[in-house]
Design a protein around this ligand. Structure first.
Ligand code: FAD
Length: 285
């Protein structure tokens, strides 16, 4: 099943997981997926380590196992530093595993010197995948603009190039203020971007996590959110519950505004995914 087709039926609810570190047993992620399965997600996506992907095997393997559990899966693939022949080999592997959906990414630029490879931007990967075979291609988008972009307008023009290259479905970077997402949807409309767009929501449950995420992606932290973090930073249970409540509040508003889908960054934490699912599943028609 191609994920872009899901939007014709209902508001999409999907989850993201990441492969465990090579030092952790692979079973830990399978336990997580078993728990996520009980929440009947529309699909689960699996992240990929950029720079050749030391965990490529597990990304693809996990995406394949998700399918064997009867859940649609999406394998992320980051192209930074890759040659065409590397990508072809990965696409052949995905085909042999029966994976239809690929989230095509550039990946973050490494610090210092690096070999650029054959794909300067994600749009180059998107068109290469489309030329290779019958894959459904997803791509990333940035409600507040990508951190490297000179302006939001330039970023939208680049997003349009990516969609015109063949991206069938977009998933957004996390954001904590829905107004940025709504303004972004308007810019997409003006630019003629009609691919379905899922809103990326990250329930934040500890201060280190938020500090790391915002420094990486530049998401704005609203005053309301900051007060919550400051008030409960020394009480992990209260902070977790407040983080869940904040994410639920964001999701209720997004669904009420008619967004196409919600993509939950689960951080491999099925407890948090379950709590959010319990709070919103009746709203997803
Ligand atoms: P691009 O679309 O190539 O954009 C990168 C920058 O280049 C932007 O500033 C854009 O405006 C600009 N640009 C694009 N096209 C052009 C052009 N033709 N000319 C000039 N400028 C251009 N990273 C991982 O390593 N692994 C993952 O699994 C992963 N999953 C992600 C999932 C989601 C939903 C999101 C939102 C991000 C994910 N990332 C992941 C992070 C992503 O790799 C980084 O944000 C990266 O810096 C940009 O990747 P991109 O695919 O958006 O790049």
């Amino acid at each position: 099943m191609k994920t872009a087709d899901l939007f014709k039926r209902k508001t999409v609810l999907s989850y993201e997981v990441f492969p465990p570190k090579p030092t952790s047993p692979i079973e830990t992620i399978y336990n997580t997926i078993n728990e996520l399965k009980t929440l009947s997600p529309d699909f689960i996506s699996v992240t990929y380590g950029a720079g050749g992907g030391k965990n490529t095997h597990s990304t693809f393997q996990i995406a394949s196992t998700i399918k064997s559990y009867g859940i649609e899966s999406v394998a992320h693939l980051a192209c930074i530093g890759l040659k065409k022949e590397d990508v072809s080999a990965k696409l052949a592997e995905l085909q042999s595993l029966g994976i239809d959906n690929i989230l095509a990414l550039r990946g973050d630029l490494p610090d210092g010197e690096y070999t650029p490879g054959d794909f300067p931007y994600a749009s180059d990967l998107v068109s290469y995948i489309k030329g290779y075979g019958d894959f459904n291609v997803l791509a990333a988008c940035y409600p507040e603009g990508h951190i490297e972009a000179k302006s939001k307008v330039e970023d939208i023009q680049n997003l349009k190039i990516k969609v015109d290259a063949g991206a069938d479905h977009l998933i957004s970077q996390l954001f904590f203020d829905n107004e940025y997402f709504y303004a972004f949807l308007e810019r997409c409309q003006l630019a003629g971007i009609t691919a379905p767009i899922e809103a990326g929501i990250m329930p934040v449950t500890n201060k280190k996590q938020i500090e790391r995420m915002t420094s990486l992606c530049g998401a704005t932290v609203p005053r309301k959110f900051l007060s919550m973090m400051n008030r409960y930073e020394d009480n992990p249970t209260a902070l977790r519950d407040a983080g869940i409540a904040y994410a639920v509040d964001q999701i209720v508003d997004l669904i009420a505004q008619g967004v196409g889908g919600i993509h939950l960054y689960t951080m491999n934490n099925p407890y948090i995914a379950r709590k959010i699912h319990e709070a919103i599943h009746s709203l997803i028609a």
